[in-house]
Design a protein around this ligand. Structure first.
Ligand code: NDP
Length: 329
């Protein structure tokens, strides 16, 4: 490992926080039994929140942001990893309490790492990233609750975003009729190319609604929360399931219990950060199997990691379509 390496560093200031590129050394890395040379990272919504300081994601200062990375093992005292192994990391407190992926090197616990699944490159793994892995966790939850294509259409909210785009691609490959809710009508062609058959205008779902509505969807992947999630629950078919993973509209849930007690609807909560390793391995194996590579390429744009700060602002402004790969120089 080189003496010094480059990283993006968040520091706490009297007025909030500052962000700057800096040089770190091995001594700055945190405890762990595997050191990884990071080659790719990405920009998720949570990275936007951390870098801009718009939500208190960071709980240790200074902090290297980046909730995920792909890379090559540089050194390891963990029995499962040897130098040269290709690995992926999602969550586990990176960018919160542990230095994250926007650095040329990272030291983590081996138990946090997932071996790069066969058939995926490191760039593919970050095109998927935490957003795509979370989309797969949502699909697994729908499957576990018996949502199958014959039960009726499924809805994806925030469909042009990272979680949403991957969810649309996955569900359509699995044979579902997919309805995509978006606030960007100009992305209709994009969403249909990923496999959506119908577009639902964001405003149809984002305003306060009734406790129960017409039964429209057998299941849903919701990355938006707030009134949108309440309205999706109210319009889920009898016995259906909604996988809730996000808060792009808001952290609140102004809903009633009517869908639960009158229609037996299930609200399945999805967390990617502390998900157990077996669930991660299942999700990554299913992504390698079920995510159409041409669609993954179509929903991905590639940038230098030096664009991370600009992209952090863009993603919070809803300007990023699909997924972004950052190439770490
Ligand atoms: P993106 O910004 O890529 O996607 C979010 C999408 O939500 C946007 O593209 C937009 O889609 C829609 N949206 C944005 N603002 C609003 C609004 N005010 N009202 C309604 N819809 C809105 O983010 P990610 O895909 O990376 O993450 C999505 C959400 O999932 C985030 O809240 C994130 O924190 C959460 N998440 C949670 C995880 C977990 O472990 N539970 C893991 C990963 C993500 P469109 O333009 O199509 O309407």
């Amino acid at each position: 490992m080189t003496e010094k390496f480059e990283a993006l560093l968040l520091t706490k200031t009297e007025t909030g926080q500052a962000v700057a590129w800096t040089e770190l050394s091995d001594a700055d890395l945190m405890p762990g039994d595997v050191t990884v040379r990071v080659t790719h990272s990405t920009v998720n919504y949570k990275d936007g929140l951390a870098i801009t300081g718009k939500a208190p994601v960071v709980r240790r200062w200074p902090m290297v942001p980046g909730i995920d990375f792909a890379g090559v093992v540089e050194s390891s005292s963990h029995p499962d990893f040897t130098p040269g192994d290709e690995v992926v990391l999602n969550g586990w407190g990176t960018s919160e309490t542990h230095l994250g992926g926007y650095a040329q090197f990272s030291r983590v616990k081996g138990e946090w790492l997932v071996p790069l699944p066969a058939g995926l490159s490191r760039a593919d793994a970050m095109a998927i990233g935490t957003a795509g892995y979370t989309a797969m966790l949502c699909v697994l939850a729908l499957e576990a609750h018996g949502v199958t294509p014959d039960k009726g259409p499924v809805l994806v909210t925030g469909a042009s975003g990272g979680v949403g785009s991957v969810a649309v691609a996955l569900l359509s490959k699995l044979g579902f009729t997919v309805h995509a809710s978006t606030g960007r009508p100009e992305e209709e062609g994009y969403l249909k190319s990923l496999g959506a058959s119908e577009i639902v205008a964001r405003q149809e779902l984002s305003a306060p609604g009734k406790p129960l509505g017409r039964e429209r969807w057998a299941g849903a992947v919701d990355s938006v929360g707030s009134h949108t999630l309440a309205n999706v629950l109210a319009q889920t078919k009898y016995g259906g399931t909604v996988a809730a993973c996000g808060l792009a509209q808001g952290l609140d849930l102004p809903a009633s219990v009517a869908p639960f007690i009158l229609r037996g609807v299930t609200l399945a909560g999805i967390d990617s950060v502390m998900a157990p390793k077996a669930k991660r391995l299942e999700a990554w194996a299913r992504l390698a199997q079920d995510l159409d590579r041409a669609k993954l390429a179509a929903l991905t744009t590639t940038h230098s990691w030096k664009d991370a700060v600009t992209l952090a602002e863009d993603i919070l402004a809803g300007k990023v379509r699909g997924r972004v790969v950052l190439e770490v120089a």
